[in-house]
Design a protein around this ligand. Structure first.
Ligand code: SAH
Length: 267
């Protein structure tokens, strides 16, 4: 079935591109995306897609042509202007493949601006595949109508991340053990202009000496997420949702669906 059966101007898909977007600009897509538009969505030259990035906003673009492994488009009208997005960092101990992909996708949907894998004492994974995680973040941003893609930081040890931590940013350490105030109570006491990060431990939890070392830093606040022990991915997403609801963009609304591009999802 042909996807381009709607009106000429219907938006078939939403794609993040790094290139500058401006009326009349030409944009080329790499082979996987060209393949996706041509052979998965079955679009023809003349079909319209949406291209976006945080710098230039979202633009309609017309497919100019396809070749072997490429697709060229011409940018037409702007559909959305760039807008500020929440400044909320997520640091987490790498977990196994299916769960880490899930975590990065969902953190993107929940509006994390920085996603930073950090190795803790009990982290079971030896390495992370940043390219794959970035691809997950891009796909989730395309799907959820974000204009930005979260910055995927190169993995670091917890010590290095803490050493590089900007002093003005508070770090909410999700602590399954020891003293910790509820996350909502902690947030109520933090000036709304203070930027935040959330840190979640590995499936094995915090080593006691690691947690007490963390709590010795002036920017660190231990927070509790309730009486149940959550899986690491659940804890990260719960914390992000609470922060967005209480002091992030949780009061915002999705863009008007009439003007929005449909999902661009191979599933
Ligand atoms: N294996 C550990 C649990 C680790 S849960 C144990 O059995 O105790 C993984 C991470 O999720 C924790 O390190 C913590 O950062 C977070 N987490 C899970 N449940 C939590 C809770 N109730 N409150 C705060 N953080 C929690």
């Amino acid at each position: 079935m042909r996807h381009a059966s709607g009106p000429m101007h219907a938006i078939a898909c939403r794609l993040h591109v790094d290139e500058t977007l401006a009326a009349g600009a030409a944009v080329g897509l790499d082979a996987p995306r060209a393949h996706y538009l041509r052979h998965v969505l079955r679009l023809d030259a003349g079909a319209t897609v949406a291209l976006f990035n945080a710098r230039d906003g979202e633009w309609a673009a017309r497919i100019d042509g396809f070749g072997k492994g490429w697709c060229s488009l011409v940018v037409a009208d702007r559909r959305r202007v760039p807008a500020p997005e929440p400044d909320l960092w997520l640091l987490f101990a790498p977990i196994k493949r299916a769960r880490i992909d899930f975590l990065v996708q969902k953190a993107t949907e929940l509006g994390a601006s920085v996603v930073w894998p950090v190795f803790t004492r009990r982290t079971a994974m030896a390495r992370v595949n940043l390219a794959r995680l970035t691809a997950n973040a891009v796909e989730a941003a395309e799907q959820c109508e974000r204009l930005s893609v979260p910055e995927l930081r190169a993995d670091a040890t917890l010590e290095a991340a803490v050493a590089a931590w900007p002093a003005e940013r508070r770090l909410l350490v999700c602590a399954e053990a020891g003293a910790a105030r509820p996350i909502a109570a902690t947030l109520a006491d933090i000036d709304p202009t203070v930027p935040l990060g959330v840190l979640v431990g590995p499936e094995g939890g915090w080593a006691p000496e690691e947690l007490s070392w963390l709590l010795g830093h002036p920017f660190v606040l231990p927070v509790g997420l309730g009486p149940r022990i959550l899986r690491a991915d659940t804890a990260a997403l719960a914390a992000l949702a609470v922060v967005q609801a209480l002091r992030g963009d949780g009061a915002g609304r999705p863009v008007d669906r009439g003007a929005a591009a449909p999902r661009c999802d191979p599933d």
